[in-house]
Write a protein that binds this ligand. Structure first.
Ligand SMILES: Cc1cc2nc3c(=O)[nH]c(=O)nc-3n(C[C@H](O)[C@H](O)[C@H](O)COP(=O)(O)OP(=O)(O)OC[C@H]3O[C@@H](n4cnc5c(N)ncnc54)[C@H](O)[C@@H]3O)c2cc1C
Length: 451
């Protein structure tokens, strides 16, 4: 029986950077993934990341082959495309396969062991803690053991779903806190995309209920186009909605062929209330570390991996791998990112409840002005000056209910952020903190519904 310091279960955008960080620090680490190099990081994605993400997550500069397209801004269209916001900022459309292979090979070069085409079946739990995993390799089932197992299998949550229900880290996700998304890579035959360095997001509750559709150029002639809808609401499937869109929208009335088509679910809620348990860490989609507003999860998976490597190192130095020893991951993630993501979750719930008319109206009147959209969507805060300006507009136009809703949203975004400032220092504080968080969410939903 082999024993590792850490087993990283799943080598996607969460697992691969963690493998890299741990190997670089000299730990004995095993990474396991069911895919091979040819379809590595093969889960469908929009492939867009902010240029700052890899840097902030302590990763080396991305080699040229990983970057398919350099992006200089994002356009957000209102329902009916009557209003367009342009937000400047640098980002990339990445080649996920190339990025995953690059990172994992960097880790292997630093001593990591890797098993590809190996299917993780379950955690091994002994004495009230996770001690390893069971893996199907070809026709045999093998067991691997480690001081800590990191659950990074994405939304499938292979490890997490099999943890005892009583463990706080086993927290499940509500279907309404998910999006189901479908995307195609299309290659135009005789058309060049206008402004291929601008990615586009289209909000429309009829075309993409509770989500949006996107058009992300990979080059002048190739585009990653897709559509996400909120789960748990009985909406039509994203594939059928996408088909409808393609049959009508001018961007798809050119000759093109489809190079790849696939769909997948993703979490769109605040991060997991705790990302650690006895002998176990959860990060990436498995830990719900996605931006609830736009569903971008790769950058936050990278960051969570970096914090997880730090937490493991601390626990290792302390010679203990229980929940308390790993707790610093929660503190680091909640302080740096989780509090903002939770505030954006509050905003997401509001946005999903709005009819097209209100969204169109809000964007036309620039209730949240263009230059503040980036601030709001990254900081999770609506500035008072925005509320004041929106108040004048909405009162003048006789839309008091939208104004009072916006006030409630801003108030609860603030309350939730502040609640995260008091994230507990130890596992003992989790239950009361969580109970208060749940009651804040219930109060918020009730207040929104009453307007
Ligand atoms: C259609 C769509 C579009 C998106 N667009 C964007 C975008 O433009 N930008 C962005 O930042 N985010 C986007 N996201 C979200 C982003 O894709 C995820 O947040 C990100 O991939 C999460 O990384 P992860 O490592 O947690 O999970 P995953 O990417 O799902 O990786 C999990 C890994 O675990 C492996 N695995 C799973 N189960 C097992 C098993 N039983 N045994 C062995 N291995 C296993 C998988 O092979 C995989 O390598 C999008 C998501 C979807 C669905």
């Amino acid at each position: 029986m082999e024993k590792f310091d850490v087993i990283v279960a799943g080598l996607g955008p969460a697992g691969a950077p963690l493998l890299y960080h741990l190997a670089k620090r000299g730990f004995r680490v095993l990474g396991v993934d069911m895919r091979g190099w040819e379809d590595f990081w093969g889960k469908p994605c929009g492939d867009a990341i902010g240029a700052h993400h890899p840097r902030e997550a302590g990763l080396p500069p991305l080699p040229g082959r990983v970057i398919k397209n350099v992006v200089h801004g994002i356009d957000i269209y209102s329902p009916g495309e009557t209003t367009r916001y342009r937000i400047r900022g640098e980002g990339y459309i990445i080649d996920r396969r190339a990025m995953g292979e690059w990172l994992v090979k960097e880790a292997i070069a630093r001593g990591a062991e890797v098993k590809l085409r190996s299917f993780i079946l379950a955690p091994i739990i002994e004495g009230g803690r996770v001690v390893g995993i069971k893996v199907r390799e070809g026709d045999t089932v093998k067991e691997y053991r480690a001081s800590v197992v990191v659950e990074a299998t994405g939304f499938s949550r292979v490890i997490r779903k099999k943890l005892p229900r009583g463990w706080p880290v086993a927290e499940d996700i509500e279907p309404t806190d998910t999006n189901i998304a479908y995307r195609e890579i299309i290659a135009y035959e005789d058309y060049e995309v206008e402004e291929p360095d601008i990615i586009r997001i289209y909000i429309d509750q009829e075309i993409a209920p509770g989500g949006y559709w996107w058009y992300f150029p990979e080059s002048k002639t190739k585009v990653n186009a897709g559509l996400g809808v909120q789960g748990g609401r009985g909406h039509p499937s994203p594939t059928s909605l996408y088909r409808k869109l393609v049959s009508r929208h001018p961007l798809f009335q050119k000759r093109f062929h489809v190079e790849n088509a696939a769909g997948a679910p993703l979490p769109t809620r605040r991060p997991s209330d705790t990302m650690v348990g006895p002998g176990v860490i959860v990060i990436g989609d498995a830990g719900y570390t996605v931006n609830p507003l736009h569903g971008g999860g790769m950058g936050y998976a990278f960051r969570a991996a970096f914090f997880a490597a730090n937490a493991f190192e601390e626990a290792y130095n302390a010679g203990r791998f229980d929940e308390a020893a790993l707790w610093s991951l929660n503190k680091a993630y909640m302080n740096a990112i989780g509090a903002r993501q939770a505030a954006l979750d509050v905003f997401r719930i509001f946005l999903q409840s709005l009819p097209n008319e209100d969204i169109r109206y809000g964007m036309e009147k620039r209730l949240i002005p263009e230059q503040d959209v980036y601030y709001t969507s990254t900081e999770g805060e609506i500035k008072i000056s925005i509320l004041e300006k929106a108040g004048i507009i909405l009162r003048g136009l006789g839309r008091p209910s939208l104004l009072s809703k916006l006030r409630i949203v801003a108030e609860y975004m603030k309350k939730v952020r502040e609640h995260y400032r008091g994230y507990p220092d130890t596992p003992q504080g989790l239950e009361p903190w969580r109970a208060r968080l749940r009651s804040l969410y219930s109060e918020y939903r009730a207040a929104l519904a009453s307007r």
